[in-house]
Design a protein around this ligand. Structure first.
Ligand code: SF4
Ligand code: SF4
Length: 113
């Protein structure tokens, strides 16, 4: 199940973990860590492809009590919006916040359209 790209509007921000916000789905069953670089923990399989791919080292491995080995966006504030992590993630577990007005352009570039 991919990350809900609208989580910043639809999900509830319930707290903080390692300096980034934690969001909980409307039914309370799922969570996303991070704001600029959001990681849907239930989608992440811990493959670690995003860790070396990120130029600013946003992600670190984390043994989550509920999801096991996943990544946590511990340096969320250092994200430079390059979108490499979205490209390399095989599970669509990451969503990067789009700057106002850039969403359609960036999404079409990612699709190769
Ligand atoms: S968009 Fe780029 S800088 Fe931001 S978390 Fe992903 S790979 Fe790192
Ligand atoms: S690339 Fe995706 S699935 Fe792999 S560790 Fe990163 S967020 Fe998780």
């Amino acid at each position: 199940m991919p990350i809900d790209k609208e989580f910043r509007k639809r999900w509830n921000c319930t707290g903080e973990h390692s300096g980034h916000p934690v969001w909980v789905s409307p039914d309370g069953s799922e969570c996303i860590h991070g704001k600029t670089a959001g990681v849907h923990l239930a989608s992440c399989n811990g493959c670690m492809k995003c860790v070396p791919a990120c130029p600013t080292k946003v992600f670190s491995v984390w043994l989550s009590p509920d999801h096991g080995r996943v990544v946590d966006p511990v340096r969320d504030a250092d994200c430079i919006l390059c979108l490499v992590c979205e490209v390399v993630c095989p599970r669509n577990a990451i969503h990067i916040e789009r700057e106002s007005g850039s969403s359609e352009t960036l999404d079409s570039l990612l699709r190769g359209a």
